[in-house]
Design a protein around this ligand. Structure first.
Ligand code: B16
Ligand code: MG
Length: 214
């Protein structure tokens, strides 16, 4: 990455921590109860999108059969299950690799922020022991439109006092990569064995960021 980069904006679920797994398990519990097929392939499409939009993706054509009040109750039920996983989280759920990378990037002079669609982001950061770590946190409680809209990343950049072209977004979601691109950010995609969100550069682990941001 070139010298003009001042800041790195991290997605939270699936990048900083493994809460993406908890989202999957909580949606799976709801889908099983409703008798709706739900698998990893559907789950990939939920990454980065809001709670309500995730429900609509899961329901698909069945969505028309439920009222707005019923859908609200479903999202609340999913979130209650998800939160039971969050309350069990401790700083041990932050991998030593991730913490070491974050500290090294700070030592190298980069501003560091979170750009997450989640309304639970601050609780997760507190649980991980990162409540005061980031220079800015933009999350689902502060935005009107979730990824792939760039709003959350534009807010993070504005809180940091940098322009989009001076920041790189690190994302595990196709929706997040699209959001970063449309906001004018550089973007690094975090891949796993079964998922590649795209991005101008792909990494398989956060430690590779130390080779990119020198
Ligand atoms: P919540 P991220 C996103 O977080 C998740 O990837 C997505 O699966 C979830 O639906 C969304 O947050 C909303 O989360 O229900 O906790 O408000 O990946 O943008 O950090
Ligand atoms: Mg994510």
């Amino acid at each position: 990455m070139d010298k003009g980069i001042k800041a790195i904006i991290f997605d939270l679920d699936g990048v900083i921590c493994r809460t993406d797994r908890y989202h999957y398990l909580a949606w799976k519990a709801l889908a099983d109860k409703l008798g709706i097929p739900f698998d990893e392939e559907v789950n990939q499409r939920l990454r980065g999108v809001s709670r309500r939009e995730s429900l609509e993706i899961i329901l698909g054509a069945r969505g028309g059969a439920y009222s707005g009040a019923e859908k609200l109750a479903m999202t609340e039920e999913k979130n209650a299950v998800y939160k039971t996983y969050l309350t069990a989280m401790t700083p041990e759920d932050l991998s030593p690799e991730t913490l070491a990378v974050l500290r090294a990037l700070r030592r190298r002079g980069y501003l560091l922020a979170i750009g997450s669609s989640s309304r639970n982001a601050r609780q997760i950061l507190e649980r991980l022991g990162l409540g005061d770590f980031f220079d800015a946190v933009a999350d689902g409680t502060q935005i009107a439109r979730s990824k792939p809209d760039p709003e959350v990343f534009l807010l993070a950049a504005s809180l940091l006092g940098v322009r989009p072209g001076e920041a790189v977004v690190v994302e595990d979601a196709a929706s997040g990569v699209q959001a970063a691109r449309s906001g004018g950010f550089r973007v690094i995609g975090l891949c796993s064995a079964d998922h590649d969100p795209g991005g101008e550069v792909s990494v398989e682990g956060l430690s590779q960021l130390l080779d990119i941001f020198r």
